[in-house]
Every structure is written in structure tokens, then in C-alpha cells.
Design a protein around this ligand. Structure first.
Ligand code: BGC
Length: 762
């Protein structure tokens, strides 16, 4: 075992970074004064959040009549009698126009302010654009944004989303998702920046900055909400909201840094993981919520539950014997606001009783309400809760659409291009086929105009599907279309009469190439749970039968997670991953297919080849064993279909002169690494330069490599650029079993492209 040279106390790391949310003494004083005037009932009401359907005209609390309208009696019961302080979501799970949003939220504010003039905090999921507002600009989902490796585009996307969300009178966004997402089985991998901690931290930071700017009172900014704290996407089963077992040092080394970086950048709120970590539902985990998040990370913002998760403590997880005990556990663990979302009377009455019985201290209530009121003040809601519609002339503008297009164009990842089949030549005759060829729903995925994305076609008809965009580019006379395989609302695939596989094969006879669009339909959360990671059988048959025609097949993947394609990948001439590229994904793809855009996306996860081999790019040495002595084959070879960071271009980039500033350093020294990149092909192109670091020997088995830096550059043919990275002890360290970050002396290796160089830490 190596000697431990430098121990970096975890808390000390935060001293290096920018200040947390700014302390504002004026607001602090206002909150104190206000709090001193509030009754217990008023305070508890502030901690309650309900969903919009509860206060609309409708047959019950779970749905609304259309056209949606607030019900004065329900409104007063919730906001006046029970003094509920926050509302979320939309009615009937449907996007609304900005005008409707303004009407509704103005009325909520008018009724809800009560005797103390406290504004209501409206929150929404604006996940890849303003999900629930008609005509809002839809960007690629986070997984595609991660593939761009472009910090500026991610910032810009968040800034535009903030603008359009505030233009809808909503100041609080339940985004970004900062979950570490190494598991392709999990139904929400596409909502994340992928499997790498550093990539998530870097892009998460940009998203928070884009949402919040310097001042969230700005009418073009929103408060962000980091989610889902902590360890949500690594459940043992791979299914949503099921138990995960994560050792503390792993939690700190891989899951925590993105949250820590965003908190240090000033993020104003955080949502808790609906799942169960190490046997404890996170909503009842005092150690994670108070010890780690509040005391160690020093988070000063608002902590909100996820949907119905206090109820889940007894209804699902059975760590509380009834609802009242569940409330006690969660509030004492550190929850400030409960996303109830329906039965608010029960929450408020029970919490008031718990305080009176001394089971929840009033000081805990005061802290929670302080955090809630502080956010309302910081958002400027006390001065003006809703800004005029006229203040948002850029809503859904060409400028915003262009940003969404650009992000889509830089996300699409070219994974295979045999014989430079791509880009396609002008005049080529094409068959466009597959269940995802003519669908706006699949381009967007979940959280688009509705929760599961099933209402997309209704709202997005004016944008181009892949088929429409390719037809515009190639000319009507050159494109034929048959779906081959069709998607049903119940989640299954089937063949339609005259639109099935045989018709596709028939049509393939008359074309030069086939654009085969396969993948998944839209989903999120538990409805997206999955038992078979292979792409569906009918899609596999379609691919194999089309390949058997002998025509070149360009496989276009459009999916939320990497569904296995190893049964037919070898027969594909080209492969492009579009992820969930949003409303401009069809246009961006067509531009790439015809060479007007040079692809530059890089995979944000390992694309697995087999269902029992799902290790990440940073796997441990033991996870890459090939042949055992004698005749036995270990069959544990590390052999993904495509590796994290992979993505081709239409040009070539030459990497040379990898240089390190020293061969030996001390743990406290910085190491400068530089590399020269030349565009050696004949097309302009963007390249993502990634730096990986390997600690070759360590007292805890080291990762094979870890991403520690990336830069995206643009080079003209023949152009050369030097890219420089700086590494320091945060990069050299890992978290040990005592939960402290350590740097151990020994040999390290830096890898960029296919070049590598070693150095020593003494
Ligand atoms: C999801 C969250 C979301 C919340 C509010 C939950 O079911 O897990 O990500 O923010 O609903 O819509």
C-alpha cells in the first residue's frame, strides 16, 4: 500500500471555489421581520406545495375540465384557509399558452398573498426548454447537450429556457438533473449529462449559471433546482425509485461533485432523490440532508421533496407507520417544502399537530420558512410576481430557434461511417424508414408539452420530422418512405398492413441508400422501466432484412438510452446517434447527412454491446479480464459497442506533441498539459479534445481512467491549435474509506487521443 501523502479534508475543498449564494443582509432582515409576524398555520402553509389540478374546475383533484379555469372555492380553501405557499405543474398534464399561464398565475397571486402579502412560488419542470408552454423553444434533452461538450451552448440553452419560463410567469425551474447516470437500464438516463462526474459538473454549472444569471430577481432569469439529491440513478434493479446501495466514499467521489459545484456557484434550490440509499429513503435521511448538504456543503437554499415523497415514506417504503410519522421524519431530516401534491390538508394539519406535540421543533419550521421566504424575496416576487407579456419579445424567436438547432447539430454523434458513405451525394435516391422516421414525439422524448411526451404531435406539427427534413434537403422525387415497423401507444411495436417490413424491402430495391430510423418512443420515470435492453425485436428484424438487400443502410438512432444493436450493427454501413435532439433535430440530422454540418458530438456514456456487460468507461482493472489460464475464457473483456467520448468527424484530426510541465511534482503542485491538434483533412470541423488521467496504483483499486478536462475547438483544414489543461490536487485525488480526499504518491498517466505520458507525484 502506498503512503498517504496529502489528505484534503472534504470541507476544505470548497474554500477554493467561488462563494455560495450571496448573503443579502437586507433580505435577511425582511425575512426575520416577516417571520416574526407569522402564525404557525401561516408558516406550515408556506411549506406546502400543491399541483395545479387541485385548484381548478374539475370532477376531482386529479384532473381539470377544459378549457382550464381556476375554481375560486378550491383556490381559497388551499391558498387562504390553508395558506399554501407554492403551486407546481400544469393542469391535465398539458402545455398551455403564455396567455393562459399569465391569467392563471396572476389569479393565484391575487388570491394567495393573504394578510401578509406573501407571493406564491410557482414551480415547473422546464427540462429541455419550457416544457409546458406552447411554442416554447425545445432544445436537445440533457443527454444530447452532454454530447456537444460545448459549455457555451449549454449556458445559452438554459438562458433561453429561463427567459421563456419567466415569460410564462413562472420563476422556479426544477432543473438541471445532476444525477450520475452510468446505467442504461434506468428510465431517466436521457435527463442527465451521462455517466461521468466531471462532465456533469462542468455542464451542470453552465446550466445553473444560464438559469440564474447574477441575480434571480432579473425578469429573464429563474431559480434553478438541482436534482435528485443524491444517488438516484444507480438502483440495483435498474428500475425507477428502487433501492441503491452506495458506499459513502463512492457517493462522495462520483455522485456528490456535480451538486457541490452547482451549490458553490450559488444554486438556489435542490430536490431530493425519491429513492432509497443504503436502506434509508433519502427523504428521511438526516445524514444526507442536514449533516452533508446543510452542514458540510453549507447549502443555504430551499430543499424541496420530489412528488409525494413524504407520503412514500409510509405508503411505499414503510419506514413510517402513518402519514404523520412520515412528515415528522422528513421535516426533522431537513425538508423545507413538501411537493405534496394533492392532500395538503393532511400535511398541514399533521405538521401543526407535530409542532404542538413537540415532535417537530418550531425552530426547524422557522428555518424551513426562512429558506422559502428568502427565495421568494430573492426572486423579486414581493415587488412583482408576474411581469408583463410584452416584456418578452424574443419568446420563440428565430434567434432562440437557431440556438436550439445549433445545439442539436453539435450533439449528433457519428459512430460509424464505412467507406465514407457519409456525407451523402446530391441526387442520391433514398428510402427513409423505421418507427422514428416521421415522429416529432420521438425526437423530443418525455417532458415535452406533457410529462410522457405523448402530446408532442399536437404541439409540434410545424417542425420537421427526420423524413420531412431529409425530403426538403434531397427533393421529393428522391425520397420514398415506409414506416416498416410502427409504434403503438401501449409501448409495443407492430407491423401495419402495407406499411410493414416487406413493403420497406420492396421500396429499398429502387434506392441508392436507406436511412433507417430506429430507437425508442417517449417516456420518463417509472413508465419507462425496462426489462430488455436490446432494441425491440421487430426493429432488429427490419434492420437485418434491409441490410440483406445489399443496399447501404445508415442507421439513425433516436433514443433516450443506448438500446443494444449488436445483433445487426456489423451489417450497418453508417451509424448516427441523435439522442433526443428536440424540435430541430430532424433539420440538424439532414444537414449532417448531406455534409452541410460536420458532426462533432461525442458519446456521454458507454454504448454497451451486451446486456450483461454494462461497465462504464472508467471501469476497474478487474472489469477488463480476457483469457484465463488454459482453455477457459473469462468473457469479462471490456468491449463496449462504442466507448464514452467516441464520435467521428468528416475530417481528420492529428494529435501530436503531448507535453507535461514536469515529470515529477508534489501533490500540491499544478501540472500543465499541452497538446497540438491539426485538422489534417479537407473540411472544417469541430473537435472535442479530452484529457483522461489514470492513477496507476492506489490503495483502493483505481479507475482505469477518469475524464479530467475537455475543450471543444474549431479548425479549418490545415489549421493547428495548442490546447492546454491544468491539473491540480483535486484531479489527482480520490476519496478514501474514511471519506477524505487523498492524493497518493506514485505514477500517473495522462492520455489525450491516442497519446499518453506518465508523471510521478512524490
Ligand atoms: C420527478 C421530478 C419532477 C417532479 C415534478 C417527479 O415525479 O421525479 O424530476 O421535478 O416530479 O414534476
Amino acid at each position: 500500500m502506498k503512503k498517504i501523502l496529502v489528505t484534503i479534508p472534504f470541507i476544505a475543498l470548497s474554500l477554493y471555489s467561488a462563494a455560495q449564494q450571496k448573503i443579502n443582509p437586507v433580505i435577511d432582515q425582511k425575512v426575520k421581520t416577516l417571520l416574526s409576524k407569522m402564525t404557525l398555520e401561516e408558516k406550515v402553509g408556506q411549506m406546502a406545495q400543491i399541483t395545479m389540478d387541485v385548484i381548478t374546475n374539475g370532477k376531482d383533484r386529479f384532473s381539470s375540465y377544459e378549457p382550464v379555469a381556476l375554481n375560486q372555492q378550491q383556490l381559497e380553501h388551499a391558498l387562504v384557509k390553508y395558506k399554501v405557499g407554492s403551486v407546481l405543474n400544469t393542469a391535465n398534464n398539458r402545455a398551455r399558452t403564455r396567455e393562459v399561464w399569465h391569467q392563471i398565475i396572476n389569479k393565484i397571486q391575487e388570491t394567495g398573498k393573504g394578510r401578509l402579502n406573501i407571493p406564491v412560488l410557482y414551480g415547473i419542470d422546464a427540462i429541455h426548454g419550457t416544457t409546458y408552454t406552447a411554442d416554447a423553444t425545445m432544445f436537445p434533452q440533457q443527454i444530447g447537450q452532454a454530447a456537444t461538450r460545448n459549455r457555451t451552448l449549454v449556458y445559452k440553452g438554459a438562458e433561453i429556457t429561463a427567459y421563456e419560463t419567466r415569460a410564462s410567469a413562472i420563476p422556479w425551474n426544477f432543473s438541471p438533473v445532476l444525477d450520475l447516470a452510468p446505467d442504461p437500464r434506468f428510465p431517466r438516463q436521457w435527463e442527465t449529462f451521462g455517466e461521468d462526474t466531471y462532465l456533469i459538473s462542468e455542464l451542470g454549472l453552465q446550466m445553473v449559471k444560464g438559469f440564474e444569471g447574477d441575480n434571480i430577481a432579473d425578469p429573464y432569469r429563474v431559480a434553478s433546482c438541482l436534482k435528485h439529491f443524491l444517488g438516484y440513478q444507480v438502483s440495483v434493479s435498474g428500475k425507477d425509485r428502487t433501492p441503491a446501495y452506495i458506499p459513502d466514499h463512492v457517493l462522495r467521489d462520483y455522485h456528490l461533485p456535480p451538486f457541490k459545484a452547482a451549490i458553490e456557484a450559488g444554486a438556489h434550490s435542490i430536490m431530493i432523490n425519491s429513492g432509497i440509499v443504503n436502506g434509508v429513503p433519502v427523504h428521511a435521511n438526516y445524514n444526507l440532508l442536514t449533516k452533508l448538504l446543510r452542514e458540510e456543503l453549507g447549502f443555504k437554499g430551499l430543499i424541496v421533496t420530489d412528488w409525494a415523497d413524504i407520503e412514500n415514506l409510509y405508503a411505499r417504503d414503510r419506514v413510517a407507520k402513518d402519514h404523520k410519522e412520515a412528515i415528522m421524519l422528513a421535516i426533522n431530516a431537513g425538508i423545507d417544502m413538501s411537493m405534496i401534491a394533492y392532500d395538503y390538508e393532511r400535511f398541514c394539519d399533521n405538521l401543526i399537530a407535530l409542532v404542538k406535540e413537540g415532535k417537530v421543533k418550531e425552530s426547524r419550521i422557522n428555518d424551513a420558512v426562512t429558506n422559502i421566504l428568502t427565495l421568494k424575496y430573492k426572486l423579486g416576487l414581493f415587488e412583482k410576481a408576474v411581469h408583463s407579456l410584452k416584456q418578452y419579445p424574443k419568446f420563440a424567436s428565430k434567434e432562440f430557434e437557431q440556438a436550439a438547432y445549433q445545439t442539436a447539430a453539435e450533439s449528433i454523434t457519428l459512430l460509424k461511417n464505412t467507406n465514407n458513405q457519409l456525407p451523402l451525394k446530391k441526387g442520391v435516391k433514398l428510402l427513409v424508414t423505421g418507427p422514428n422516421a416521421n415522429s416529432m414525439r420521438t425526437l423530443n422524448g418525455g417532458w415535452t408539452y406533457s410529462w410522457q411526451g405523448e402530446k408532442v404531435e399536437e404541439f409540434a406539427a410545424k417542425y420537421n420530422t427526420i423524413l420531412e427534413a431529409v425530403t426538403l434537403k434531397a427533393g421529393k422525387e428522391n425520397v420514398s418512405f415506409v414506416e416498416g415497423v410502427t409504434y403503438k401507444m401501449d409501448g409495443k411495436y407492430y407491423e401495419e398492413f402495407e406499411n410493414g417490413i416487406e413493403s420497406a424491402i420492396e421500396k429499398a430495391k429502387n434506392v441508392d441508400a436507406i436511412i433507417l430510423c430506429l430507437g425508442e418512443n417517449s417516456y420518463t420515470e417509472s413508465p419507462g422501466n425496462l426489462s430488455d435492453l436490446y432494441i425491440s425485436d421487430l426493429q432488429t428484424q427490419l434492420a437485418l432484412k434491409l441490410a440483406a438487400t445489399g443496399k447501404p443502410v445508415i442507421l439513425v438512432l433516436n433514443e433516450g438510452r443506448p438500446r443494444l444493436i449488436s445483433k445487426f450493427e456489423a451489417q450497418m454501413t453508417g451509424v448516427l446517434q441523435t439522442y433526443l435532439p428536440g424540435n430541430f433535430g430532424g433539420d440538424a440530422l439532414a444537414d449532417i447527412l448531406f455534409g452541410e454540418v460536420n458532426p462533432s458530438g461525442k458519446l456521454p456514456y458507454n454504448y454497451p454491446r451486451y446486456p450483461n456487460s454494462l461497465v462504464g468507461y472508467n471501469h476497474k482493472p478487474a472489469e477488463n479480464r480476457t483469457v484465463m489460464e488454459g482453455v477457459y475464457n473469462y468473457d469479462a473483456e471490456y468491449n463496449p459497442q462504442y466507448e464514452f467520448g467516441f464520435g467521428l468527424s468528416y475530417t481528420n484530426f492529428k494529435y501530436e506533441n503531448l507535453k507535461l510541465s514536469a515529470e515529477k511534482i508534489s501533490a500540491n503542485q499544478e501540472l500543465t498539459v499541452s497538446i497540438e491538434i491539426t485538422n489534417s483533412g479537407n473540411r472544417e470541423g469541430k473537435e472535442v479534445v479530452e484529457l483522461y488521467l489514470s492513477d496507476l496504483y492506489a490503495s483502493l483499486t483505481p479507475d482505469s481512467k477518469r475524464l479530467r478536462g475537455f475543450e471543444k475547438i474549431n479548425l479549418k483544414p490545415g489549421e493547428k491549435q495548442t490546447v492546454t489543461f491544468k491539473l491540480n490536487k483535486n484531479d489527482f485525488s480520490f476519496t478514501h474509506l474514511d471519506n477524505k480526499a487523498v492524493v497518493e504518491p506514485g505514477e500517473f498517466s495522462v492520455k489525450i487521443g491516442s497519446l499518453s505520458k506518465n508523471f510521478f507525484i512524490e
